[in-house]
Design a protein around this ligand. Structure first.
Ligand SMILES: Cc1cc2nc3c(=O)[nH]c(=O)nc-3n(C[C@H](O)[C@H](O)[C@H](O)COP(=O)(O)O)c2cc1C
Length: 279
């Protein structure tokens, strides 16, 4: 049995800047090692992902927990090159979509439950924000479970939320009816390179003990920016016309610039047009 402790410790130290204590007798350390080493992949070999394998991974993903066992997440598989190309053309800033051997769309399905109520002749007085929220959460859990299943067999994935910049167009392309919306796409392929770990905010920033705490966010973020820049410096800066060029350009500067322009402000209108009621 290989010793997974050092690989987990190395990955999590790179991720969080902290050495974690790990009991070597724990079972499932192989799985933790995989989870800890997660990274998205945006470059793929020109090798297909077999349909049976995709189906197996979908089955594993849809084995994820589901709120009240309502099963409101669906997966749509796109393998036809022309369809992937048509989606990729909408996202020229993300050439990895064009290259992906398979492209999936994870769907929040708020349609089936009211349909089932209709089939069983029951009222459905729950057409409000919770229907949207539950379906979206289920779809996100299924998407993450798919990603872990795919990583377990050596595939590389990249979720693509940018499809929501073109939600109405893509929704038409893949024939989504009312109350079914895409939460994100996913490129799937055999990785062409190893990729690397992206550091995250420290555990003292994101793990709260007994009560929510927000101690000294400014210095926590500064420390994270520096730690992250040591291994994953940004290659380019956003919005330089508005905000100029920085000698040190960290994660927080990048995210603040990214969100200094309105993004996807029409998404609420799209969701409402899909007949979700958000109050
Ligand atoms: C919901 C979601 C949507 C994402 N959308 C995109 C996307 O549109 N394009 C992209 O290249 N990466 C996308 N990503 C990947 C993130 O950029 C990536 O997870 C993040 O940079 C951290 O890297 P890591 O997953 O390798 O740790 C998305 C990830 C998630 C979870």
């Amino acid at each position: 049995m290989p010793d997974f402790v050092p690989s987990i410790q190395t990955a999590l130290s790179e991720r969080f800047g902290e050495r974690l204590e790990i009991d070597a007798d724990l079972s499932g350390l192989d799985e933790l090692a995989r989870i800890a080493a997660h990274r998205v992949h945006r470059r793929y070999l020109a090798r297909e992902v077999a349909p049976d394998l995709l189906r197996l991974l979908c089955a594993c993903a849809l084995s994820a927990p589901s709120k009240s066992d309502l099963q409101q997440a669906d997966i749509l598989i796109v393998r036809e090159r022309s369809k992937i190309q048509a989606i990729a053309e909408l996202l020229p800033e993300m050439p990895w979509v064009r290259e992906a051997p398979a492209f999936l769309v994870f769907l929040a399905n708020g349609r089936r439950l009211p349909q089932i109520s209709g089939l069983r002749g029951k009222p459905f007085p729950n057409d409000h924000l919770d229907l949207f929220f539950n379906a979206t959460v289920d779809a996100a859990i299924v998407m993450t479970t798919f990603l872990h299943a795919a990583e377990a067999v050596g595939l590389g994935c990249c979720p693509i939320s940018v499809i929501r910049d073109h939600a109405a167009t893509i929704s038409k392309m893949i024939a989504l009816p009312e109350k079914v919306i895409p939460i994100a796409g996913m490129c799937v392929g055999w990785p062409a390179e190893a990729g690397g770990i992206t550091p995250r905010l420290s555990l003292s920033t994101t793990v709260h003990m007994e009560r929510f705490t927000e101690n000294d966010l400014a210095s926590m973020v500064d420390a994270y920016d520096r730690r992250r820049a040591a291994t994953r410096p940004y290659r380019s800066q956003r919005e330089t016309k508005r905000f100029g060029h920085r000698d040190f350009y960290g994660w927080s500067e990048d995210k603040a610039r990214q969100y200094s322009v309105p993004l996807r402000a029409d998404f609420g209108a799209f969701v409402r047009a899909k007949d979700f009621h958000l109050d």
